[in-house]
Design a protein around this ligand. Sequence first.
Ligand code: AMP
Length: 194
Amino acid sequence: MNMLNIVLFGPPGAGKGTQSAKLIEKYQLVHLSTGDIFRANIKGGTELGNLAKSFMDQGQLVPDEVTIRMLESEADKSPDAKGYIFDGFPRTPAQAKALDNFLATKNTSITMMLALEVEEEELKKRLLLRGQDSGRPDDKDPAIIQKRIDVYRNETEPVRDYYQAQNKYTGIDGIGSIDDIFSRLCDAIRSIAN
Ligand code: AMP
């Protein structure tokens, strides 16, 4: 079976969650957001949630080993998926390698990385706005927002090179209306996945 497996990439506040929701509906994919899974664990008061919270509240990455194991067990819950949208994962080159290995055991692979591009000032504006009603503590504090953007630049941006080396990277202008950005993503999927 030919799966459609998309890494939706971009800095915090780029619109990954918003666009994922639209993409899964249109393409019937399973949404795997590591941030959402961590937040569900925090809400449920699990051990994993407690561990993740200590990193998330500081704007730091949860350790690779924990994150990878969690992602794999979540993916295994939908073995019949037509494909996955990976949102907020992989965030380090080690996670990207682990994902390739994991998908290989399922006889599939990443189809493409779609990277939403938004400049830093706009990201900060969006995150602070979201913090007013998202209930996310990491969106409320400008210092934590800055930390997350710095972590993205230092630890996560190399993931782009990882997919670029596999010729799987496409940059998408992440500025504009939600629907305009969505149609850019759909255009890219149409031209690559066929
Ligand atoms: P997000 O919802 O994607 O903005 O993620 C919120 C927070 O969860 C991040 O700032 C990290 O602390 C943690 N997190 C989410 N995904 C990952 C990941 N793939 N690797 C490590 N930490 C993650």
